[in-house]
Design a protein around this ligand. Sequence first.
Ligand code: DGP
Length: 112
Amino acid sequence: MDCIFCKIAEGTIPSKQLYENEYCLAFHDINPQTPVHILVIPKLHIGSADEVTEKNSVYLQKIFEAIPQIAKQAGLTGGYRVITNCGEDGCQSVKHLHFHILGGKKLPENMG
Ligand code: DGP
């Protein structure tokens, strides 16, 4: 499958990796929107939040268990925002589920 994030998970496309376990990988976004902008992806190809099922939801569990560790490693002591864009209206550009961890400054209240 021609998926950039699957290739990053396999290591065939390089990334600035911060964290990895059996289920997920975290790396710095190539086009940061905030001083700290990390992406967390499942190692399994899940297209978006809209494709989460009982069968694959363990990946979500593992991602959310990892997020506090990732945030700590990235020095996000003041807090952060976790976002996933889904589908056309959500402006999802990479069709492999990913969570943006945004922080490193006070973020705007407005979410769109
Ligand atoms: P979204 O719009 O939610 O689908 O966000 C996709 C993000 O992925 C966007 O912030 C840029 C980032 N991105 C796309 N390609 C690459 C890549 O090859 N490497 C890294 N590190 N980030 C990427």
